[in-house]
Design a protein around this ligand. Sequence first.
Ligand code: IPM
Ligand code: MG
Length: 360
Amino acid sequence: MNYNIAVISGDGIGPEIIREARKVLDTVGAKFGHSFSYTEVLMGGVSIDATGVPLTDEALQTAKNSDAVLLGAVGGDVGKSSWYNVAPHLRPEAGLLALRKGLELFANIRPAVLFDELKGACPLREDIIGEGFDFIVVRELTGGLYFGDRWTKEVDGLRTASDTLIYNEKEIARIAKTAFEIARKRRKKVCSVDKANVLDSSRLWRQVTKEVAEEYPDVELTDMLVDNCAMQIVKNPTQFDVILTENMFGDILSDEASMITGSIGMLASASLGETKLGLYEPSHGSAPDIAGQNKANPIATILSAAMMLRYSFNLDKEADKVEAAVREVLKKGYRTVDIMSPGKTLVGCDRMGDLIAAEI
Ligand code: IPM
Ligand code: MG
């Protein structure tokens, strides 16, 4: 079968890591008899340079017409790049937000898995890691502070700014369902994270989540305050299976979760909606400091492509194969610089892609 993939290489290391993911996909295609066609879509800084905006309507339309979207990274150096000398809705990241909203991708799935081979890179003590941890952050992606009203103006002679954290019950219920469905296929535990001791939006979140939980009697629901959760992630990460949370908390906690795995360069993510069309991207950013130097770790993007095979195309066998190939290459001792340790073999971005493709 042929699958149409909209590819957003984006900025910084984006083009390098996307190249390796496509290499791996093409190898999967050749081996399993599928073909993948790619349509390049501009987004982020490169789109600003070419069109003046971070995402054009045509680009969004191309993404909508595809079977899935594979994204490298967007954005530049906030302190240095001219991409940031403009209004917020014209900056590179605004393209990503418009894409998530435009495709109605309300569920962001970010796994935090400690690969056995990389235990040494985990910044946590061995007694904390135990047998290793494997949890998923399910982050609401199209609501909350990111999409509420915002303004900056002078009030009573003072520069004043406001952002609005708003959720309705429908938005909460659908992301809660996603979390429960995922938990059902795992260890059947959802920990819903909020700030219900202060925020109204969190109190509604807690209530609605409880209501949804009634449809999932086989899944255990617990609640946790976000500040405590930030602490628990480094104190006892093995307690978590699925963490369910709103947009802003999820942004912060998912970075924390990725950090304790040893390398953000390893973590994939998927953004899903009601349909099969999903957006797949590494959890890390565009790393402008190492762009174009063949130093980037393409594994998170390759694992994101595996998630695409699994969730958008129902190609589980193929996805398993990609994940196994990544593990095998790590087991053989190959490392990019971000996960390098003594006695291992240092390779660049393109060689890492070659090795994984060869393993398939
Ligand atoms: C992420 C990123 C984005 C976000 C930025 C680039 C807008 O941090 O995907 O986590 O905050 O959602
Ligand atoms: Mg983030």
